[in-house]
Write a protein that binds this ligand. Sequence first.
Ligand SMILES: NC(=O)c1ccc[n+]([C@@H]2O[C@H](COP(=O)([O-])OP(=O)(O)OC[C@H]3O[C@@H](n4cnc5c(N)ncnc54)[C@H](O)[C@@H]3O)[C@@H](O)[C@H]2O)c1
Length: 285
Amino acid sequence: MAYNLLKGKKGIIFGALDSNSIAWKVAERAHEEGAEFVLTNAPVALRMGTINQLAEKTGSQVIPADATSMKDLEHLVDESMKILGGKIDFVLHSIGMSVNVRRGYHYTDQDYKFTKIGWDVSALSFHRVMNVLYNKKAMNEWGSIVALSYIAAQRVFPDYNDMADNKAYLESVARSFGYFFGRDFKVRVNTISQSPTPTTAGSGVKGFDGFLNYAEKMSPLGNATALECADYTISLFSDLTKKVTLQNLFHDGGFSKMGISDEVMQMFNESAEKEHKKHKKDKKK
Ligand SMILES: NC(=O)c1ccc[n+]([C@@H]2O[C@H](COP(=O)([O-])OP(=O)(O)OC[C@H]3O[C@@H](n4cnc5c(N)ncnc54)[C@H](O)[C@@H]3O)[C@@H](O)[C@H]2O)c1
């Protein structure tokens, strides 16, 4: 259902690779809510992905930009303001990639060249994006900037590898830069900490299906889908959340506050019962 929440607003959306991408759903929902925006992704992703279909569907233009390149980002922001005919109201940073994860390096034995690349792409890029927007005075007052995070920034999820550290950095950058954006431009900056979601980036993590099922069984409301994440993001871009800033907002069906759920406990009870029966049988022999 559309409510015209973003009528007249202009934005930049990073990270729509294919129709599973969270950014793809945000773009579809932003279009339904009346926004105009520019889509962007790394040049290599534009060649691999299907972003042109999304551009056509939402009446948007696509501008390639590697989020680790200041030159690309400056070009992106200048061109976006030209295309959209003014300053920007909302920006979505939906970018993540770990070379250590992709190449199967263990957290305890990383290749630090890869660690640096992953950090640059997944975390420092958020600082770079905000640096360009801030120094070009490209955001309208009461604008909103959102990046996507994961709870491995606060808790241990061993297979999330160096992405856990990248997300902790990303969330810190949101607070630190968010202060200056709030003070100087009345712009808010937040991160959304989303449930595990079956996308290209998500499914790349070892044991992802296990993660997904565990989170589903732990969360009283179940995992949040990509579309539900898009809905939440739209609310943060809208004028209904003007004083929410410097926050890491959990959008995870309640997972982050849980200790144990009945469903997960039951699985452990069943396996303990099996062990007990086996032990009794072995004793009788
Ligand atoms: N999928 C999950 O389980 C999950 C959970 C919580 C948070 N997140 C976060 O959500 C965000 C979006 O990921 P997704 O799950 O939609 O996966 P996705 O693979 O669809 O999106 C990741 C995007 O990052 C882009 N990207 C990679 N390198 C780039 C670069 N150098 N410059 C510009 N863009 C680049 C990719 O092209 C891709 O579009 C990421 O920050 C991810 O960490 C995902």
